[in-house]
Ligand binder design. Structure first.
Ligand code: HEM
Length: 417
């Protein structure tokens, strides 16, 4: 894995991840060439020449704990240009929602994932994927995900301790992706690696994923099944099959966007419940609360903290003007803790009324995997609660979360008996 330039990596984990600004669609492509931390340009009318520069996303330690910065931004810099990061920052709940849904703010090119596309191509490709990730198709996936969660959880039940990230959270989304795409189950370990890498592997020249998927695409074209890869391989747009590259790109989007985000969100979900034994007990007693517990965890600790957009034209907001061509970082992690939207926003509370939801983005790019992710989380928690009645933190305390763009605990050391 490659480290994020300029970012701390307290867990000592380095390598490709969606935090890599060189290829991640959530990060401006020129961010590696930006000057060092600090040196922000404020929204017009918000900062005089003698005012101290506001803090930056690239300031040391922000990837370990972005919340003090989020508080400052929400309170004092609702729209500010972060030169070091290379984007305008938007942090209040209402502003983030407005930015995500503004048609003048588009997905920043270049890239070949769905998240990079706009206009008709985006609408066509989205419409191809959508039916396969909801309704009957999703119900058909449930059995596979349930079985995988059961097997993974029961494999742990004889153990004294485990790391739930490495031994559970990273595996379950990979199994869900393999099942959805109809890939051979013996390839789950390879798929898990692509899922873990996130969207970085979808940049140009990711030959091994192409080489892996292309023969499967050719086979589906000759003999389609009822899996998602067959749907994509046989789909026609304007009378012709989608090019192989497009099919591979779409399938890769599912592995990258879905795999990494789901494993991080699942890890944060389990961490929140382990941090709050009374609420964990409550979901054990009343499993009907599991969906609310999942949504609340996504609010407080979203897997994707920053979603990028680019302004097509100058965009005038109440807090200033975003120039045409500028990148905008929608700080989903800051929006989820906006005190004007959520009472006591740092608290994890599964009984919170109407927690709101920006963790999956909003507008025409809103995540297509919302239901699959929820299904995966529900199956995961059901299986873990059933197989591991004594689940609790191992001594030593809760490991910190890390990551600026995507974020979650890197380990979950637990006692099982
Ligand atoms: C908890 C897990 C997940 C989280 C937190 C998450 C989050 C996100 C976010 C923030 C976006 C960007 C939305 C925007 O630009 O407005 C996105 C896009 C996307 N996600 Fe997810 N995602 C998750 C799981 C999944 C899964 C399981 C899949 C599919 C298997 C998936 C497929 C996609 C796709 C295809 C897009 C691009 C949609 C578009 O541009 O039209 N995601 N996701």
């Amino acid at each position: 894995m490659r480290a994020v330039p300029g970012a701390q990596d307290p867990a000592g984990i380095t390598g490709p991840s969606a935090d890599d600004p060189a290829t991640c669609p959530f990060v401006p492509p020129d961010v590696t060439e930006a000057p060092g931390a600090g040196g922000l340009r404020p929204a017009p009318g918000h900062r005089g020449p003698d005012d101290p520069p506001p803090p930056s996303l690239r300031a040391p330690g922000t990837d370990r704990d972005p919340y003090p910065l989020y508080r400052t931004l929400r309170a004092s810099y609702p729209l500010v240009h972060d030169e070091a990061f290379g984007a305008w920052l938007v942090s209040r709940y209402g502003d983030v929602r407005a930015a995500l849904t503004d048609p003048r703010l588009v997905a920043p090119p270049p890239g070949r994932t769905l998240a990079h596309l706009e206009d008709r191509t985006h609408a066509v490709h989205r419409a191809l994927l959508q039916p396969a990730l909801r309704g009957r198709a999703l119900a058909a996936l449930r059995a596979g995900v349930e079985r995988a969660a059961y097997v993974l959880a029961h494999r742990l039940s004889e153990r004294q301790e485990a790391d739930l990230v490495a031994e559970f959270c990273q595996w379950l989304p990979a199994v869900a992706a393999v099942t959805a795409l109809g890939l051979p189950h013996e390839d789950t370990a390879r798929v898990r690696e692509w899922c873990r890498e996130g969207l970085t592997h979808l940049g140009d020249g990711h030959g091994d994923l192409d080489a892996f998927l292309r023969p499967h695409v050719a086979r589906r074209r000759a003999r389609p099944g009822d899996d998602l890869l067959s749907v994509l391989s046989t789909a026609r747009a304007d009378g012709s099959h989608l090019p192989d590259e497009t099919v591979v790109g779409l399938a890769g989007t599912l592995l990258g966007a879905g795999g990494e985000a789901t494993h991080l969100a699942l890890a944060s979900f389990l961490a929140n419940l382990l941090d709050h034994p009374a609420q964990l007990r409550l979901v054990r007693e009343r499993p009907v609360l599991i969906p609310a517990a999942w949504v609340e965890s996504l609010r407080r600790d979203p897997a994707v903290h920053i979603v990028l957009r680019r302004a097509l034209v100058p965009v005038v907001t109440g807090a200033g003007t975003i120039p045409a061509g500028a990148d905008v970082a929608c700080l989903v992690g800051a929006a989820g803790r906006d005190p004007t939207r959520f009472a006591v926003p740092d608290r994890y509370d599964i009984l919170r009324p109407a927690p709101g939801q920006l963790a999956f983005g909003a507008g025409r790019h809103r995540c297509l995997g919302v239901q699959l992710a929820r299904l995966t989380a529900e199956c995961a928690l059901h299986a873990l609660l059933e197989a591991l009645p004594h689940l609790r933190w191992a001594p030593g305390g809760r490991p910190a979360s890390a990551g600026l763009i995507t974020r979650g605990p890197k380990t979950l050391p637990v006692l099982l008996s």
